[in-house]
Each structure stands twice: as C-alpha cells, then as structure tokens.
Design a protein around this ligand. Structure first.
Ligand code: SF4
Ligand code: SF4
Ligand code: SF4
Length: 356
C-alpha cells in the first residue's frame, strides 16, 4: 500500500500539491493525503537579502530568528540584539515570484494556519475541507490542541491582509502583462481547455513561461514529477540535463506557475480574500512550542501518532545556515518538533519526496 503523506507548505507549494494530486495520472503517484497550508505574504531571495544585510554590516549567519511584525522584519541576532527593518526597505530583496502571488492563506489546503487574527501564543486555523474538520475535532478531543472562536477584530484583520495582498499583486500582474509576457497561472482556463492546451508543453516551455520570467517559486514540483529524473536545481533555478521524450509534459502540469485550470484557481479568487472554508477558529497547542503557537507541530504529531499519515513533509532549518531551509520527509515526531517555525526563504520542498 502507498504511504500516506501529510505536508505543510506555503500557498504556492499547496497549489503544486493540488495539481499533482488532481492530475496524478499525467505525472506519477503523488501520495500526499493531508495538506496543511501556511499564511504567506512574501518570501525573501536568499541572494538579495544576504547582500542587503551585508551592506548594513550584518551577516545572515548572525541571525537566529526573523519575525514579521507590524510592517517590519525583526531580525534576532545571536548577540542578543534585535534589528528591525521596515518591509518597504526590504522590497528589493523579496522574490520576484511573490509579487504576483494571489494567495495569502493557502486556499487549496485542508486546513490553513498562521498567527494573524489570533492573540499572542495562539494561531488562526481556517478549516476548509471535511478531512480538515475531522482532524481538528479529533486533535482537540485528544487535547493536542485547544480552540476558541476567532474574534471579530481578528477576522477583520485577516480578511484585510489577505485582500490587500490580492489587490497589490493583481496590480503587479496587470503591470507585468502590459510590458512583458503573460503571467501564466493567472490565465486561468476551463479544465477541458487546460488539458488540451498543455498537451505538448515540455521543459523548454516551463523555462520560457515560468523560470526565465522570474515566476518560479522554487517548489521542486517539476523535479518530483519528471519521470526521466533529468531536472536539477542549479543556482536556485531548475534546469534539465538530458532529452525529454516526446509525449511527456509532467513538469509543465505539476508547476503551480504555468496554466492552472479553473477547478483549482479561478478569477473569483481575486474577490474572495480567504477562499472557500467551513470554519475559522483560534487555536493553541499547550504541549508544543512554535512560532505558530505550536499548532502545526501538534497536528502533524497527532496525525503521525494516530496513523492518519505515515510520513510528513516538512521544511527543516540547516543547522549551519538557518536561511537555507532543507526539506525533509520523516516519520519521526522529533523531526517535526525540530522543524517548527517559519522559514523566510524559498525551498524546493518536493525534492525530499524523491526528485533527483
Ligand atoms: S509565491 Fe511567495 S508569497 Fe506566494 S506563497 Fe509562495 S512564497 Fe508565499
Ligand atoms: S522528461 Fe522533460 S518534459 Fe517530461 S517532466 Fe522531465 S523535463 Fe519535463
Ligand atoms: S519551475 Fe519547477 S520549481 Fe519552479 S515553480 Fe515551477 S515546478 Fe516549482
């Protein structure tokens, strides 16, 4: 029997997982059965952030933690000092692909989790599917988490931030489309049209439509989906080392930044700040610590211990360089606990599931 995998990822990674699951027959088996999505406003480019901070006399190696709070990034250094830099100043270090991202709350996840909207020490959980609801209820019964209704003020803040991201990035999409190539994933199309459209697309098209125009989110879905295992990541970009067989379009289908069918993303997305959901609550996990109130760690640990999933896909910190996150597929709760906390640079998460 195939292993059941639970994953935690950013909205763009959750979109890739949804594509790989829904179009599994075009790719190869994709055993992710539980998707926990994170809230994500933007992510830093490792290279540009490193240069920016070095110009201010700070080395990335000195930073032990980063938190985004009240419009600023707060960098906690190993000297005990905290440096606060307004996000406006950091704009040039943001990944170009994040500036056209229309999803703040992982709208295709089973449950989405983030700190916005809940008091300190609590997280906000958006429950989107029956599977997600069942998990939350069971984890609460077993005392892994504790929930309470989200406050009106918290809900309004969450909606405002999500709507603000969409409004800002839709403007950027329109701006780019006027002067450059189309933003493919926003060229949403009906599923039948989509399947016809992508029939002949291969890696060369992925390179032209996504990678070369700064739309790649570095998720690693193309690596995982490639049956020939000829995609490698070099200099933070996917590249191929070999020839594509004529009938293959797996990488193009798996990529969350090529065309997406309207059963996954629709233009209605722009009008609905939080996407579809069943319920929103605040939650905390008394037994676990973490930047998200420990809730992600608690839910993954619960899912593993009850056999709801056999393994989980998480992003761990590199012990020598916390800014270079490392994807990990694990069945050990200790690894889940160790991987807790938000990472602020892109990571080819699906590589850990078997990409080359
Ligand atoms: S594209 Fe950027 S902003 Fe969007 S989900 Fe991915 S990392 Fe976050
Ligand atoms: S063989 Fe070529 S077209 Fe197929 S997934 Fe690999 S890189 Fe893409
Ligand atoms: S090109 Fe590959 S790594 Fe980049 S977004 Fe697409 S699937 Fe992810």
């Amino acid at each position: 029997m195939d292993p059941k995998i639970g994953m935690v990822g950013t909205p763009c990674q959750i979109t890739a997982a949804t594509l790989m699951k829904d179009y599994e027959s075009f790719i190869k088996e994709f055993p992710v059965t539980l998707k926990i999505g994170l809230f994500c406003m933007e992510n830093f480019s490792y290279k540009y952030l490193k240069r920016f901070l070095e110009e201010k006399g700070i080395s990335l190696k000195e930073i032990i933690q980063c938190r985004i709070e009240g419009g600023s990034a707060k960098f906690h250094l190993n000297s005990g000092e905290t440096i606060s830099i307004p996000l406006k100043e950091l704009k040039e270090t943001m990944r170009k692909s994040c500036q056209i991202c229309m999803d703040y709350t992982s709208e295709q996840a089973d449950i989405s989790i983030g700190s916005v909207g809940s008091p300190q020490g609590w997280s906000t959980i958006i429950i989107r599917t029956k599977k997600g609801l069942k998990l939350i209820k069971a984890a609460e019964e077993k005392k892994y988490i504790k929930t309470k209704p989200i406050s009106d003020k918290g809900f309004e803040l969450l909606q405002r931030l999500a709507a603000g991201k969409k409004e800002k990035n839709l403007k950027e999409i329109k701006k780019r489309e006027k002067v450059a190539r189309p933003v493919m994933y926003w060229r949403v199309m009906p599923e039948t049209e989509y399947l016809e459209e992508v029939t002949d697309y291969q890696f060369r098209d992925l390179r032209g439509d996504v990678i070369d125009i700064g739309a790649c989110v570095l998720c690693g879905a193309c690596l995982l989906s490639c049956p020939e295992e000829i995609i490698k990541i070099e200099d933070r970009k996917p590249e191929i080392k070999g020839e594509c067989p004529p009938a293959c379009n797996a990488c193009y289908i798996a990529c969350p930044r090529t065309y997406v069918p309207d059963n996954i993303i629709s233009h209605e997305t722009a009008k609905e700040p939080l996407g579809d959901y069943i319920k929103i609550v605040s939650a905390k996990a008394p037994m676990f610590k973490g930047q998200d109130g420990g809730v992600v760690t608690a839910l993954l640990s619960y899912a593993l211990s009850e056999g709801i999933v056999d393994k989980v896909l998480v992003v761990d910190k590199d012990t020598k360089n916390p800014w270079k996150p490392t994807p990990k597929l694990t069945k050990h709760i200790e690894d889940v606990i160790k991987a807790a906390g938000t990472k602020y640079s892109a990571c080819p998460i699906f590589k850990a599931m078997g990409g080359s």
